[in-house]
Write a protein that binds this ligand. Structure first.
Ligand SMILES: [Mn+2]
Length: 424
């Protein structure tokens, strides 16, 4: 379904005077509000193809109605999200869950919704039917060259799909690791991973990147071969300039200072981008900003500061993507909430008084530095985000508009109550 502009306008009109009051009140105190709005308007976050269905856990899956049954319907759902928030103009495909059988048609369909294709994601953490070798004991790090070769060839095949879709990056996450001490020779496992990635790297087009994701544990519980940013950075450095480290917010042990990691990777030009989600305990894949929005803000503070220091375009300088999936919300509402949370954190980071913060840091005025950061964090920037959305033709309140326009009800009437999307 296509969400017509006039319908969004109708919903916006019911809240426009309240919005204008709130916007003027917050805009008054912001030095260059036009510059902030411009940055917010051009900021987009990619939607992964696997997040459009209700996620499962290892205990079960409770599908909602009207879930997309095909890649085409997933594109349609991202189209709905983008129409409402004007901030989700790309989709990230996971191969083999979403193979574009007819790339030209898929690209054309996406373009009708104003969408393009973000990074493509490979999968060597599951066995697929008909696959010759098993990934039970790993893929790119495997002791058996034949298994590594199969995993390398899969990644090269994913690049080929991506080329047809005008993607520009391959995102690699490996579950390779060990469950018990003694199971693995760490150096061999790392060396095998490096050599495998070198073969994949050699197949990258000139204008492509490979993003190396890390994760401390799960599904392996003793060691993970790319377990932290140091291991990812080491691989990315050895691979070359087209390789960089991908930070997934949920892939850290509790208490890890993610903003410091981000700051240093950015300084070294080795930060590929983000997989946004939130977590309470581990890789919980909860809605962005639902548990720890302050951490998200502190990360965006480092991102804005670090990108400005390098003269980078905030919108295009790094890869921005949501990587969340859970089992209780309507996936479209969840994604709309996640994108809003990201834009709120970004807006808060944009309005930090950076000159004053620098001076406070230089003078070791610890209390003042905290005051400056929290002044921005405690500002209700939602009217700024809404104004940016409005100026692009989006909804003032995307979740509210989604409900008022009864979009899920439409999708259920088109697709049925009992549909299950491919994915986790
Ligand atoms: Mn991820």
């Amino acid at each position: 379904m296509q969400v017509e502009n006039y319908k969004i306008d109708e919903v916006n009109n019911t809240g426009i005077s309240k919005h204008q009051r709130q916007f003027e009140s917050v805009a008054e105190d912001i030095a260059d509000v036009e510059a902030v709005l411009k940055k917010l308007s051009s900021f987009n976050i990619a939607i992964p193809s696997w997040a459009l269905g209700t996620g499962g856990t290892r205990f079960g899956r409770f599908s909602g109605g009207g879930e997309p049954r095909s890649l085409e319907e997933k594109i349609e759902d991202v189209g709905v999200i983008h129409a409402l928030n004007q901030s989700s103009n790309s989709i990230s495909l996971h191969i083999p869950w979403d193979i574009p059988e007819n790339a030209a048609a898929v690209k054309e369909l996406a373009a009708q919704y104003g969408l393009h294709f973000d990074a493509v994601n490979s999968n060597t953490f599951q066995d697929q039917s008909g696959q010759k070798h098993s990934y039970k004991f790993g893929s790119l790090h495997h002791t058996d060259k034949a298994v590594r070769k199969q995993a390398i060839e899969h990644n090269i095949e994913v690049i080929k799909y991506g080329i047809q879709l005008n993607s520009k990056a391959l995102s690699v996450w490996l579950s390779d690791g060990s469950n018990f001490p003694g199971q693995l020779n760490f150096r061999n496992a790392f060396q095998n991973t490096l050599e495998s990635l070198q073969e994949i790297y050699a197949a990258l087009p000139d204008d492509w990147k490979v993003w190396v994701e890390y994760k401390p544990y799960e599904p392996n519980f003793y060691s993970t071969t790319i377990g932290d940013w140091g291991q990812s950075y080491l691989l990315a450095s050895k691979l070359g300039p087209k390789a960089a480290t991908l930070v997934d917010l949920g892939h850290h042990l509790q208490g890890t200072n993610i903003e410091q990691i981000v700051s240093l990777l950015l300084m070294e030009n080795k930060l590929a981008g983000f997989h946004f989600n939130d977590s309470k305990y581990g890789d919980d894949d909860l809605t962005v900003g639902s548990i720890n929005p302050y951490q998200l803000f502190l990360i965006f503070n480092e991102l804005v500061e670090g990108m400005d220091a390098r003269g980078m375009d905030h919108a295009t300088g790094l890869g921005w993507m949501i990587d969340a999936s859970h089992n209780v919300k309507d996936p479209i509402e969840d994604l709309l909430q996640s994108v809003q949370a990201i834009k709120i954190a970004y807006a808060q980071a944009l309005i930090i008084d950076k000159t004053a913060l620098k001076a406070a840091q230089y003078n070791n005025d610890v209390a003042l530095a905290q005051e400056i950061l929290q002044q921005a964090y405690r500002t209700d920037v939602r009217p700024l985000v809404a104004e940016a959305s409005l100026s692009n033709g989006g909804a003032l309140d995307p979740v509210g508009a989604y409900r008022k326009l009864k979009i899920r009800e439409h999708l259920i009437s088109e697709r049925g109550l009992k549909t299950v999307a491919t994915g986790l």
